[in-house]
Structure formats: structure tokens, C-alpha cells
Design a protein around this ligand. Structure first.
Ligand code: FMN
Length: 400
């Protein structure tokens, strides 16, 4: 319904998945949208403009210098006309050009003038996708408010498998609809998220740590920011991810340092989501100098760290929502339900870290979201971004 009567600018770029854009155009049209396609020269090598013209019933723009179809200055007219813009597939090249503000063809010039929301669906070989320069360029676009549609993982046209596949057209259209319908639902709310594992120092060079990468917490923070929240992200010492754009990131190392940052920031937060894997114990003594090896056994005495989640639960204001995570290797449901009660949580996200492709340092997660009211929502194996969306949907429904 949200796309009905909307004028959608569909940018198609020169990737092998360009053929899927035909189905996207068709689906958007069936939703009642008016679809205007702008193609790059390279895209036209994969699919002809004629195909899009027939599917959309509208002229297709390709060249800035040819006779305009409707308007005098076509790229400006197209940009003004658009209610929503989608670039699918988005090549590494268009992402780089848009990030740099280059305007050397019809699509890039139009994009520079667009004021409507812009969605982009990166699709490319996984090495191109994971290249830090592509990651930086995508982060720049997201910082400017562009909505990234996460690529799928699986078989790639270049052979092999990995991240970088264009998601199915139906999923792309659904994500656009959901985002458009949702709007800035968390505007004016402060959301505090913790992510990653803590590092507990043994001596100046050694520590006790865990395998948490922080990816789940970062995905939650980014989703909350997309929904308009003021997000503060407290990262633990194991995190090696780039700071997400538009989010205040506080880097900490140990559980004690994380506790200090979290308690300070939680006081005025509407929502606190504790995705960090905080060490339960720390070495009692931290050696001032590097411990030297000798023939004797080394015994480390560990003392308990404070339970940050428990403290947050005890201090929780009536209107504040507190969400915990439970990563377990056995008795998942029982442990998670017990933790929810004991720590006064509103929701707990439970994941069995023994499952392949789920838990620490993976791109996907397999979780159950358990509510204070006893509800259990079991999700299939999903990308951490999709899990993050579901967690925030659950939080928003509690706020209603
Ligand atoms: C057969 C073939 C497939 C390609 N597939 C992709 C792709 O999936 N993603 C991508 O970023 N680039 C891909 N490229 C490279 C782009 O076509 C190239 O970077 C081009 O300059 C993109 O131009 P555009 O962004 O203006 O459309 C492919 C090239 C060829 C020859």
C-alpha cells in the first residue's frame, strides 16, 4: 500500500544481476507505483532499455545528451519527481561514484539532485564487496541517510559462493515497503546498545577474552539509527569493526570500563540493548610487567566482575525497556527465561552458540526472542541485520 501511487526512480547499473531489476520494476508496478528507470551505459549491455520501457510503460533514461523524453533538464526533473529512489543492482562503481559525488552520466547526475529517500542494493563479487574501499563508500552513503539493502550470501555468478548476491526482487520490494511504512519510529528516543566482548588484562600484553565480534550489536545500533533514534554504542575490547556513521561509539576494553560507560549513558536512555559478551571474571591481579615464562605452572586467580545487566535491571525506570542477550551452549530456553526474570528484563534474545552459522563472529544468527509475558518468537537462520530489525520491531511493539 505504501508504494501505491508513488513515483519511483529505479537506477539500474552494470552488474550481472541487472536482469533481476526487470522483475523489481514489474513488482513495483504491480504495487501501483509509477516506475521511471535510469540506466547506466554498462547496465544496457546486460538488459536492453526496451525491456524496462515495456515493463514500466515509461521512457527509459540513459544518456544525458539525447533528446529528453519529457522535460527540459531531464536529470533535475527526474530527481524532483521521485518520491523514492532505488538503485538495484548497485555496482561497486556506482557506490564509489555516489560516495564521491561524481556526476558524469545520467544516473549519477540525477542522484546528486535527489532529495527523496534512496535505497541501494549492492551486488558484486564478495572480494569487491568486502574490500575496505567499498565498505567505506557504503558507510559514507549510509551516513548521508541512504538505506542499504543487505546483499544475500550464496552462489555468485563469478563462481564460488559468498556475500554479494542481489536479494530476491520480492525481498527488496518488501524491505522498501517496510522501511517506508515504518518511517522514523524511534525519533527523539535515546537507544543505548552494547556490543562485542570485553578483554580482561592479565599483564600489559595478555588478556582473557571471548569470541564475540560485536556484529550483532552493531547491526542493532545501525537499525535503531535508521529508525531515527539517537544511538550510543558501547563497544568492548574485542571489536574490530569500523564505527558506524551517525552513531556515537564509546570504545571500552574491560567489563569495569564498559560498566562505567553503560551506567552513565543508561540513565536517560529509553531503550537499553545489551548485546555485549561481558566477561564474568577478571584476573584478580594485573601484573605490571609482562609475566616471564619459567618451568613452574602459572595459576591465575579470577575474581567476579560486576553484573552490569543485573544493575541495569535493578535501576530500570518504569518506561525504560531493557533487552538482554543469552548465548548458551546448552539448556538455551531455560537459562534464557531464568536470566530474563532474575535481571528484570523486558526481552531476551537467546542464541545457541553451538549451531553452525550462528552466534559469535558469524554473519547470520539463529535466535529466539523471549518476552516478559512468556511469549517466544523463534526466528529462522537470518542475517544479523534481519535479526536486528525483528528485535527492534519487538521493542517497538512493547512501547505501544
Ligand atoms: C560480465 C560482467 C559482470 C559484472 N558484474 C558486476 C557486478 O555484479 N557487480 C559490480 O559491481 N560490477 C560488475 N561488473 C563490472 C561493472 O560492469 C563495471 O565496474 C562498470 O564500470 C560498472 O558501471 P556502472 O556502475 O556505471 O553501471 C561486471 C562486469 C562484467 C563484464
Amino acid at each position: 500500500m505504501v508504494l501505491e501511487g508513488k513515483k519511483i526512480l529505479l537506477g539500474v547499473t552494470g552488474g550481472i544481476a541487472a536482469y533481476k531489476a526487470v522483475e523489481i520494476a514489474s513488482r513495483l508496478r504491480k504495487k501501483g507505483a509509477e516506475v521511471h528507470v535510469v540506466m547506466t551505459r554498462e547496465a544496457a549491455r546486460f538488459v536492453t532499455p526496451l525491456t524496462f520501457r515495456e515493463i514500466t510503460g515509461q521512457p527509459v533514461s540513459l544518456d544525458m545528451w539525447e533528446e529528453p523524453a519529457h522535460w527540459n533538464v531531464e536529470h533535475i526533473a527526474l530527481a524532483r519527481m521521485a518520491d523514492v529512489c532505488l538503485i538495484a543492482p548497485a555496482t561497486a562503481n556506482i557506490i564509489a561514484k555516489a560516495a564521491a559525488g561524481i556526476a558524469d552520466d545520467m544516473l549519477t547526475t540525477t542522484l546528486l539532485a535527489v532529495k527523496a529517500p534512496i535505497f541501494f542494493a549492492p551486488a558484486m563479487n564478495s572480494a569487491m564487496y568486502e574490500n575496505p574501499v567499498t565498505q567505506e563508500n557504503m558507510a559514507k552513503l549510509q551516513a548521508r541517510g541512504w538505506h542499504k539493502i543487505e546483499p544475500a550470501t550464496g552462489h555468485l555468478a563469478c563462481g564460488g559462493s559468498g556475500v554479494g548476491r542481489l536479494p530476491e526482487p520480492a525481498d527488496i520490494v518488501r524491505e522498501m515497503e517496510e522501511t517506508q511504512a515504518r518511517g522514523k519510529t524511534l525519533a527523539g528516543k535515546k537507544v543505548l546498545v552494547t556490543a562485542g566482548g570485553t578483554l580482561e588484562a592479565i599483564d600489559p600484553v595478555r588478556f582473557i577474552g571471548n569470541r564475540s565480534s560485536g556484529k550483532m550489536g552493531y547491526a542493532v545500533a545501525q537499525e535503531a539509527a535508521q529508525r531515527g533514534a539517537e544511538v550510543v554504542l558501547v563497544a568492548g575490547g574485542t571489536v574490530a569493526l569500523a564505527d558506524p556513521p551517525g552513531i556515537r561509539v564509546l570504545h571500552t576494553e574491560s567489563a569495569l570500563a564498559m560498566r562505567e560507560a553503560v551506567l552513565q549513558e543508561a540513565a536517560d536512555a529509553a531503550v537499553v540493548i545489551k548485546a555485549a559478551a561481558v566477561a564474568d571474571y577478571r584476573p584478580k591481579e594485573r601484573a605490571k610487567q609482562k609475566i616471564k615464562k619459567n618451568d613452574a605452572e602459572l595459576t591465575l586467580v579470577l575474581e567476579k566482575n560486576p553484573d552490569i545487566l543485573m544493575e541495569l535491571g535493578a535501576r530500570k525506570r518504569e518506561t525504560q525497556i531493557l533487552v538482554g542477550f543469552a548465548a548458551e551452549t546448552q539448556n538455551l530456553l531455560a537459562y534464557a527465561q531464568e536470566k530474563l526474570k532474575k535481571k528484570n528484563l523486558d526481552l531476551i534474545v537467546a542464541n545457541d552458540v553451538t549451531c553452525p552459522d550462528a552466534g559469535f563472529n558469524t554473519e547470520t544468527n539463529l535466535v529466539k526472542i523471549i518476552g516478559r509475558d512468556g511469549s517466544i518468537k523463534e526466528l529462522p537462520l537470518l542475517s544479523k541485520q534481519k535479526v536486528a530489525k525483528t528485535i527492534l520491531d519487538a521493542i517497538e511493539s512493547l512501547q505501544k
